[in-house]
Write a protein that binds this ligand. Sequence first.
Ligand code: URA
Length: 437
Amino acid sequence: MTDAPAAPAVEPFDVVDVIRAKRDGHRLGDEQIDWVIDAYTRGVVAEQQMAALAMAIFLRGMERHEIARWTHAMIDSGERMDFSALSKPTTDKHSTGGVGDKITLPLAPLVASYGVAVPQLSGRGLGHTGGTLDKLEAIPGWRADLSNAEMMAQLESAGAVICAAGSGLAPADKKLYALRDITGTVEAIPLIASSIMSKKIAEGTAALTLDVKTGAGAFMKDEADARELASTMVALGTDAGVRTVALLTDMSAPLGRTAGNGLEVRESLEVLAGGGPADVVELTCALAREMLEAAGVRDPDVEAALADGRAMDSWRAMISAQDGDVDAPLPTAKHVEEIHATEDGVVTGLDAMGVGVSAWRLGAGRSRPGEAVQAAAGVEIEAHIGDRVRAGDVLARLHTDTAERMPRAIEAITGSWTLAAPGTAVPARKIVKDRIA
Ligand code: URA
């Protein structure tokens, strides 16, 4: 942990001047940025003042140099991890999040099976996209909280660690993110990019692969915005000496056929056993190749590592090291209801947002930080894009432990399928839209 600098006897700036400067479209100076982040962390800059500054940044934007300085000021607000003592190279990934995005689960052990260390500091979900820790907590016994020493030991032994990020990494971001969440300032590209990259750079990985999602179920619905976010983050990582690449990926429809914690673990196990839905396998393999190439592994045959059980062995080592019972059955929900097709047709669209909100209302996600989630709740999709259906066929199964949650979950998912006349050709879904380096 870095020692916090002593607070100055007299503050060198007036926060109102900083707010006015950005409000009027000026570039903030390096010292202004360093001070405002530090003073906000110390509580000298009030929440209302930071809210005004965040809104000014949302409306006026920031130049590349300002974003980099802002990111580094947030890194300097806390501790930096150091993996240089490990005997293996480190490589990590970050996804901007989406419905059914369970990719970290098969990806981390797959990459670790090549002798590369994957330190995945993850979070819990809020809203319609699930958190990786919530998914893994569906496994009996598994624990998310590890000390730094446990994390290092596991990186050496199992290769992959997925655990909760400690409160010491970029505390300024933690405070600012909570404020942005309640002031309509989350969607500012400079603030998103600096928030994600401050944590990833502070985490100390040598290489980073970003999965930036775009489409109805993504944070960045518009592709041009997603592209700008991706290139901003790649520039921040590269400038900080982290080998950073971004894949721009489709989130117009859910990934795979499940959304919900235990259901997504089950689907991930199918992928680790060499099966699973084609879109989940495609994205897992595309990200694994990027992460491995960045760590110096040339032309890895990642499909073979899924097919021959190497990735599954690595999963078992990773889960057992965190006290998870790899052989225990996953929890099942008390109530399951089916959604049926009302006409014949071929599925040409499946709205990720409808599925995500339904899973959330079933109890898979939370509305307030700290709320408990249901391990077995979620949506199992029977009819996905390209599938042929007849009236009466099952489109999806909804799972929950709380029967009263069912009506609103059904309401959210109803109308999520777009059907065309039987026989209509459906173009193959392109999951990876672009690579930004
Ligand atoms: N995730 C983050 O960590 N920060 C943001 O600002 C948005 C998504």
